[in-house]
Write a protein that binds this ligand. Structure first.
Ligand SMILES: NC(=O)c1ccc[n+]([C@@H]2O[C@H](COP(=O)([O-])OP(=O)(O)OC[C@H]3O[C@@H](n4cnc5c(N)ncnc54)[C@H](O)[C@@H]3O)[C@@H](O)[C@H]2O)c1
Ligand SMILES: N[C@H](CO)Cc1c[nH]c[nH+]1
Ligand SMILES: [Zn+2]
Length: 433
């Protein structure tokens, strides 16, 4: 096995910015081809409904479904999966679900209103979505934890109906995924994936009900489909390959840091794992740990491809510069493996989730710490936030004018409406003055 040599970047080099951006760039060379293929799939599912859904599912997931009804799992199947789960798994799943739920309760938006002096009431009414679609990835790996992370905030928000889709390659259902759907009280589960599942959720078929919003991560076909159906339905975000950025002061066990980098690299050949330190000798030690630990990993090939293709070690002058670089990268996950993580966190503006201190492995957040693991990737943490209860709630403005309020506001509206030459607007307001 050839040793991995991590790409080294120097934060003070003249070409640093250029080299960093090149490393962060997400290869979009195939995008147009995939875009076209996904558009075709969506169009076909819209036109032919279940028939197209079944054809694509059988083709891409190597299944042999004949009718739409076969695509749905019964509530009995979900319960059976839960009832027959080994007790250690059942306890872990339930504990994780309880923690995710307790955290989500803090995120609930509440309706509010206030009354003005003339008796006019203004406010905002918060309403859960009627029906949400949850995409749970299932191509290369099964993700029971993603079931919890997507479904629980929706339930806490009070969504009327939760419809989950998950591909079952080769027709194999994953018991832990089904048990997670049971624990999270998902209402309906369909064994479909990819762009065809997203299209079915967006437009509905004879079997799959159309939803109001689709959430959840997935591969490039899923992400592209979500982009294309946006507008017909809401979407949470376009989640790209997993990312981890670690800032370490050089005092954490290098094996821990190497394994934390592996933890996200093992998701995908395109996952991104980056380490920043002011200590060049420590970077060497972590590289040695990587090479020592890699042969012990089950997903060594994926980790190797990820680290060599998209990983990097960045040497900076000090932790202040490390924070600056992290803000530019705006990673999905940021570990602050330093002596005083609170002080460093004060300087962080852009990150999906911040894991503070040497003991806070990112993996804990993936499963059971409580915060959601569906997070903004590809630098989108500059402007977006983790999946949460608020993604399943919408807001309506409330206006209830008293007679006095209608009089006061009517005069203002009239002037502005006439300024826009919108006479009906003006007269509608004036009638009440
Ligand atoms: N951000 C997060 O929170 C999070 C969580 C879990 C997983 N992930 C990511 O989600 C992704 C999951 O990807 P996956 O592939 O394992 O599962 P997936 O469920 O996203 O994709 C599988 C589906 O892709 C479709 N597909 C495969 N090849 C195709 C082709 N040639 N043409 C058309 N459709 C095709 C098939 O329909 C298949 O059902 C990974 O990148 C992983 O890192 C992210
Ligand atoms: N790290 C992933 C999000 O990037 C979530 C996950 C699920 N299972 C393990 N990890
Ligand atoms: Zn993970």
């Amino acid at each position: 096995m050839t040793a991995i040599k991590m790409l080294r970047l120097d934060g003070n080099a003249a070409d640093f910015e250029k080299r960093l951006q090149a490393r962060l760039a997400w290869d979009a060379s195939e995008d147009l081809e995939i875009h076209k293929r996904v558009l075709d799939i969506i169009g076909d599912v819209r036109n032919r409904g279940d028939r197209a859904l079944i054809d694509y599912t059988n083709r891409f997931d190597r299944t042999a479904f004949k009718s739409g009804a076969e695509l749905e799992l019964s509530s009995g199947e979900l319960k059976l999966a839960w009832d027959t789960l080994p007790s250690a798994q059942a306890i872990a799943l339930q504990t994780a679900a309880d923690r995710v739920s307790a955290y989500a309760e803090h995120q609930k938006l509440q309706s509010w209103q206030f009354t003005e002096l003339d008796g006019t009431l203004l406010g905002q009414k918060v309403t859960p979505l009627d029906r949400a679609g949850l995409y749970v990835p299932g191509g290369k790996a099964a993700y029971p934890s993603s079931v919890l992370m997507n479904a629980i905030p929706a339930k806490v928000a009070g969504v009327g109906e939760l419809v989950m889709v998950v591909p079952t390659p080769g027709g194999e259902t994953n018991p832990l995924v089904l048990a997670a759907a049971y624990v999270a009280r998902v209402d309906r589960v369909f064994t479909i994936g990819g762009a065809q599942a997203v299209a079915a959720l967006a437009y509905g078929t004879e079997t799959v009900p159309a939803v109001d919003k689709i959430v959840g991560p997935g591969n490039i076909y899923v992400a592209t489909a979500k982009k294309l159906v946006f507008g017909q339905v809401g979407i949470d975000m376009i989640a790209g390959p997993s990312e981890i950025l670690i800032i370490c002061d050089g005092q954490t066990n290098p094996d821990w840091i190497a394994m934390d980098l592996f933890s996200q690299a093992e998701h995908d050949e395109n996952a991104q794992a980056i380490l920043i330190s002011q200590d060049a000798v420590f970077l060497d030690k972590v590289e040695a740990s990587i090479n020592q630990l890699l042969p012990t990993m089950e997903r060594a090939d994926i980790i190797r491809a990820s680290l060599t293709g998209r990983g990097a070690f960045i040497k900076v002058a000090d932790l202040a510069q490390a924070a600056e670089v992290a803000n530019r990268i705006a990673p999905e996950h940021l570990e602050l493996s330093v002596e005083n993580p609170e002080a460093l966190a004060d300087n962080i503006r852009n990150a999906g989730a911040i894991f503070m201190g040497r003991y806070t492995a990112e993996a804990l957040g993936d499963y059971c710490a409580g915060p959601n693991h569906v997070l903004p990737t590809s630098s989108t943490a500059r402007y977006s936030s983790p999946l949460g209860v608020y993604d399943f709630q919408k807001r309506s403005s409330l206006i209830n004018c008293s007679a006095a309020g209608a009089h006061n506001l009517g005069k203002i509206a009239s002037v502005l409406a006439r300024g826009e030459s919108l006479t009906a607007h003006a007269r509608s307001a004036e009638f009440r003055v």
